[in-house]
Design a protein around this ligand. Structure first.
Ligand code: PLP
Length: 228
């Protein structure tokens, strides 16, 4: 199948999962994860209705963004962001989903402020407390959220997580449920977070059923990735 067919299949599955959770497909934002994906394929996806591109490297996103895209395309950073790239990232991204430290947030705040921008961000939570992954520990993000909420040029809109890889999407479901529960804990502490970014190609339906508002899907749209 081509990108167009894959995308329409993914959108149908998002719609069905959204209905199972009492919502509409249009309530769920699809981030087409385009890391290592050729611009020609990205354009195909954009022309078939993909509106948000998710990239995990600043340089790659910067090069791609400089090309010609349909109006309204937006760019989300979904990978670990180094502080020395915060300036460029503040300039090119419409959302940074992978804020994993107060220090990084401080850098983004400063650079966003310098260009008169308010940057929407998500706090990345390391749900499985995996050493190989960055992110705040599930029960250790409250203090950080208070500090980050005080930054003027950042708006924390929600939480993002990449749970441990599970062969069976049902095994990832408890992590999704926990992230949704964590949002409620934030709510009690005065942080109103609208977005829950969780779910990838093999488990986005379970994530939506558990309350995801943003899913990040690469392989199911573009096929397997090739390292460059
Ligand atoms: C690569 C990536 C995805 C997409 O993964 P697929 O399995 O290809 O859908 C989603 N989120 C993040 C943070 C990623 O790095």
């Amino acid at each position: 199948m081509g990108v167009r067919e894959n995308l329409s299949d993914v959108l149908e599955r998002i719609d069905a999962a959204a209905r199972r959770s009492g919502r509409k497909g249009s309530d769920i934002a699809l981030v087409a994860v385009t890391k290592t994906v050729e611009p020609a394929l990205m354009l195909e996806a954009a022309e078939a209705g993909a509106k948000i591109f998710g990239e995990n490297r600043v340089r790659e996103a910067e090069e791609k963004k400089a090309m010609r895209w349909p109006d309204g395309a937006s760019w989300h950073m979904i990978g670990h962001l180094q502080r020395n790239k915060a300036k460029t990232a503040a300039g090119i991204f419409d959302m940074i989903q992978s804020v994993d430290s107060v220090e990084l947030a401080r850098h983004i705040d400063r650079h966003a402020g310098a260009i008169g921008k308010t940057m929407p961000v998500l706090l990345e939570i390391n749900m499985g407390s995996e050493e190989s992954k960055t992110g705040f520990p599930p029960d250790g993000a409250f203090g950080a959220a208070d500090e980050i909420a005080a930054f003027k040029n950042i708006k924390v809109e929600g939480l993002m997580a990449i749970p441990p890889y599970c062969e069976n999407p049902e095994d990832a479901r408890p992590y999704f449920r926990r992230l949704a529960g964590l949002r409620k804990e934030f709510e009690k502490r005065g942080h109103h977070f609208r977005e829950l970014s969780m779910g990838m190609s093999h488990d986005f339906e379970a994530a939506i059923e558990e309350g995801a508002t943003i899913v990040r899907v690469g392989t199911a749209i573009f096929g397997g990735r090739h390292q460059r």
